[in-house]
Design a protein around this ligand. Structure first.
Ligand code: WTA
Length: 638
């Protein structure tokens, strides 16, 4: 496959960008003409941010799997689509060519049909990073079902919340998942979740860990048995369902500053075009390159840049089941060496963690195949940037710092490898088609250099269309803070050349090891503990995780002096049960009160400063109901 839209120089970028703003419809229509359509669009774009009504490629018909698989078969059929590296390096890796992927996806799509799945049904996927997860995702898309992948670090309760919100009648899971030294009991967590989800009709269980599990009669079936049935029936490979450009492709839940996680909805055509376009351009992907994105498919990075973007581009995408430090901190570099990886895309938290082991894990690893490095998930600090650039890229590989979000579907601001300049810790320039704006505290747009809240003022193809089941919430959350703009929740700086440096969230969302965590959600979970009266959660700088979770807790349960550590463990266990292990607080400080205004609002600014050790400069505390608690909290700081 060649990519006529691949940008080759800074000059070309400037021209292309300028055209994308001047003639967005023609610009995107040209790119879209490189894809496979059952029917072309009537209009490229209709939009209205006020009511949040955005339609890209209206009237077009397609199936994303025909673009990710079928259209490649003639030229790339025998080329690797997915290279899978298992958790345990002694187990054999697997390679699925595009032909293999076609066979497996069309076969599993038949399994879904045999189990009664129809276009528009919601299917929840709770699996480890094995090829069957990618196969299941694509099989859902093949039959037009809406997948909702849930990361393996979420609890039964979080799964149940998501299943209920999506009203998902089908679940695909595994017996368990290997992650480093752990074996996560996925099916058992699903069983717990389903106690409050009687509407789930069918659970398909794929074998991976051989952990003993219970199979419920009439509800649970084995993946492998279902495949055999399809084979026995001699069913022809499933023909792709014809989808409207704006039919939902998937739901992915993500945390915000209030309430329960929102189901971000992405649609078929715009998402496909934008993930492909941004993948090819940011990484300067060349046919035959081996591309390794270390993200889990449970997050947006895995959706857009392990599965859909790369496969639609006919790329070879490497899926890794394990974690960066298992069996040792050289694992990523072993994988690069073993599979001759050309592009590696990972997160600053992983880089910082691996940096802390020094150079020893790099010894004897051949990294000479690497051409491009990428970073995502949080602002990359200078030390991590330099380490990645020098030690891994040997100073010769461009490092792309890709800023984007679950809601944006694809990269928004990033340098483009071998085309636009990189700059340490700066995401730099917007991709073509992306029109950022900085807004000051009065909602006025800032011109030229400055700093402010980062918004996007024109639609792009892979933008969020709605939050599942609650369109109003989507409008409120993203499109009401500033009229006619999408508000990202991030702050940013801009220089006189239009380069952006993302400074982090300006709302009550934490970024812990690149995972988005809502403080309100963690507080609600802590408050479920019987002895807890009230709590407040803030972030604090953490060397490896970027941000750690600091909880201030008013505890009123029965306890003896010296029991604090036990109570902390109980509270942590509560959070793990309610949300999942990824949201565990790093520090819990017991307090007798929280700093509140006279109207009862917690002054988080003060708590944040104390957690950050900035106790000198707390600002005005005179509006507090009880300024004394601030002194007490300062003294008890952990
Ligand atoms: C943060 C992950 C700085 C940001 C793709 C954003 C980043 C949130 C970067 C979205 C980056 C992501 N530089 N910050 N390169 N990439 N972020 O939805 O705060 O899990 O709002 O999507 O991560 O997290 P999400």
């Amino acid at each position: 496959m060649s990519y006529p839209y691949q940008i080759k120089s800074f000059e070309e970028y400037k021209e292309v960008y300028e055209r994308s703003v001047r003639q967005p419809q023609n610009f995107w229509a040209d790119i879209a003409s490189n894809f496979q359509w059952r029917r072309k669009w009537d209009t490229v774009l209709e939009w209205n941010f006020k009511d949040l009504d955005v339609k890209w490629f209206k009237g077009a018909k397609l199936n994303i799997t025909e673009n990710c698989i079928d259209r490649h078969l003639e030229k790339l059929g025998n080329k690797p689509a997915i290279i899978w590296e298992p958790n345990n390096p002694d187990e054999h890796y697997r390679i699925l060519t595009y032909n293999d992927l076609y066979n497996k996806v069309t076969q599993f799509a038949n399994v879904l049909k045999n189990n009664g799945v129809k276009k528009g049904d919601r299917i929840c996927l709770y699996m480890g990073m094995i090829p069957e997860l990618a196969i299941a995702v694509l099989a859902c898309a093949r039959v037009g079902a809406i997948h909702s992948v849930i990361f393996g670090g979420f609890s039964a309760r979080s799964i149940a919340d998501r299943l209920q919100n999506a009203n998902a009648e089908f679940v695909i899971t595994c017996d368990g998942a290997f992650r480093g030294g752990k074996d996560i009991p996925l099916k058992s967590l699903i069983d717990d979740a389903l106690e409050s989800c009687p509407f789930v009709k069918r659970v398909i269980v794929c074998t991976r860990t051989r952990t003993p599990i219970s199979m419920i009669k009439g509800r649970d079936v084995w993946w492998e048995d279902e495949i055999k049935k399809v084979e026995t029936l001699g069913m022809a490979p499933a023909v792709a369902e014809e989808m409207d450009a704006e039919d939902p492709l998937f739901i992915l839940y993500t945390s915000g500053s209030t309430g329960k996680p929102k189901g971000v909805v992405h649609t078929c055509a715009g998402y496909m075009i934008y993930t492909t376009y941004s993948f090819v351009n940011a990484f300067n992907y060349k046919q035959g390159d081996v591309y390794f994105c270390t993200a889990d498919i449970g997050w947006i990075t895995g959706h857009s840049y392990v599965v859909y973007g790369p496969l639609s581009a006919g790329a070879t995408t490497l899926m890794f089941e394990g974690v960066p430090t298992y069996p040792d901190a050289g694992r990523f570099w072993d994988i690069v060496d073993k599979h001759r990886v050309n592009i590696i895309y990972t997160a600053p938290t992983a880089i910082r963690s691996l940096m802390s082991f020094g150079d020893e894990p790099l010894q004897g690893k051949d990294l000479s195949t690497l051409k491009v490095l990428g970073s995502v998930g949080e602002p990359i600090n200078e030390e991590a940037w330099h380490w990645f650039h020098e030690k891994i890229g040997k100073g010769k590989c461009p490092l792309v710092d890709t800023w984007w979000q679950t809601e944006t579907g694809g990269f928004m601001i990033s340098n483009l490898a071998n085309a636009t300049p990189e700059r340490t810790s700066w995401a730099t320039l917007p991709l073509p088609g992306i029109q950022p704006a900085l807004v000051d505290e009065n909602g006025n747009e800032i011109e030229g250099a400055g700093s402010g809240n980062l918004c996007i003022k024109f639609p792009w193809p892979s933008m969020i269309r709605t939050t599942y089941g609650d369109h109003e919430r989507c409008k409120q959350t993203y499109f009401s803070t500033y009229p006619n703009k999408y508000f990202t929740g991030d702050g940013a700086l801009r220089d006189e050349d239009g380069n952006y440096k993302i400074t982090g969230r300006v709302d009550d969302v934490l970024n812990v090891s690149g995972h988005r965590i809502g403080t309100a959600e963690v507080e609600n979970a802590i408050n479920m503990h019987a002895g807890v009266v009230e709590s407040a959660v803030v972030g604090y700088p953490h060397d490896i995780k970027g941000q750690g979770i600091y909880a201030y807790v008013i505890y009123n349960g029965n306890h003896n002096a010296g029991d604090e550590d036990l109570i902390r463990k109980d509270i942590t266990a509560t959070v793990t049960r309610i949300i999942g292990p990824i949201s565990k607080p790093d520090k819990i400080q017991f307090v007798s009160g929280l700093p509140k205004t006279r109207s009862g609002k917690i002054m988080r600014r003060i708590l944040r400063k104390i957690a950050e050790n900035e106790t000198e400069n707390l600002g005005d505390t005179s509006t507090l109901l009880d300024p004394k608690v601030v002194e007490e909290i300062k003294e008890g700081k952990l």
